[in-house]
Design a protein. Structure first.
Length: 273
């Protein structure tokens, strides 16, 4: 067994134990005492239509799905776990897979886009280089400018994700402002709408600092999202937590993760490793 597979197996076993032992239930109870519970999930590339629909079916059956507008306005269920669906980067599968399935279940999502990627989508070599160097993934089809318009026309919300998916904490002040502001301007010019929400590239706690948050605020964004797995509570902030959904997750594990067991694991890992 490869090391990554072994680590995932150990993690999944611990997450399952946190769920069946009641630890996740206790954690969820403590969080609910502080207010409504909202889980923001983030997908990336979703080329497998069967798998993606199984994820959406699970979310619809088990939780209360909210739109980006409902999250912004605080319109959330006080008794159920609310779920906001988001996506990061910019993949062709958003148009080919995500939109048809979201429409089938009458759902709206929030798509965070790297303008530098969609502008390169027409050139396979350039987009592949972007994915290898910036996203650090195996190249796959990118969302085109036309596809970006399809997302907007279907009623979904578009957010910024930086120009080139850089680690913003490692940039000079000038580079930092350029990455954030040029991305926002490019998306607004392409779409003809205001872009007010932002997702930090990579999104862990060490990818966000005061300088980055200040630059996001200065650019005119009203909220920003991390990839730190926690329940989102209260109004939007510039460190709104999200849970990344892996492409091998099963419907059962998705439910366990959203109910809080993965948060417990992530909290322990963050402080012990």
């Amino acid at each position: 067994m490869q090391m990554s597979s072994l680590k995932h197996s150990i993690r999944d076993t611990l997450v399952f134990l946190f769920s069946v032992s009641g630890i996740a239930r206790w954690y969820r109870y403590q969080k609910r005492r502080q207010g409504t519970l909202t889980r923001i999930v983030v997908f990336h590339d979703v080329p497998d239509m069967v798998w993606f629909e199984s994820m959406i079916q699970t979310l619809v059956k088990q939780f209360h799905i909210i739109t980006p507008e409902e999250f912004q306005m605080g319109k959330q269920s006080p008794t159920m776990i609310n779920v906001l669906i988001t996506f990061d980067d910019g993949y062709a599968s958003w148009q080919n897979v995500a939109i048809p399935i979201l429409e089938k279940y009458h759902l709206k999502a929030l798509f965070f886009v790297n303008s530098g990627l969609v502008e390169r989508a027409h050139n396979e070599t350039d987009s592949a280089t972007f994915m290898r160097d910036a996203l650090r993934i195996t190249p796959r089809p990118a969302l085109t400018l036309q596809g970006l318009h399809v997302l907007k026309d279907a009623g979904h919300t578009i957010g910024g994700h930086s120009r080139n998916h850089a680690d913003l904490t490692k940039l000079s002040p000038q580079e930092l402002c350029s990455e954030i502001e040029e991305d926002k301007c490019a998306l607004e010019k392409i779409l003809g709408v205001s872009v007010t929400e932002f997702a930090y590239p990579f999104g862990m706690s060490y990818h966000v600092n005061e300088s980055v948050i200040s630059a996001v605020q200065f650019a005119g964004y009203t909220s920003a999202y991390t990839a730190i797995s926690r329940f989102a509570q209260g109004s939007q902030t510039f460190c709104t937590p999200r849970m990344c959904i892996e492409d091998n997750l099963t419907p059962r594990m998705l439910t366990i993760w959203i109910n809080g067991a993965y948060d417990v694991f992530a909290y322990i890992k963050e402080r012990c490793l």
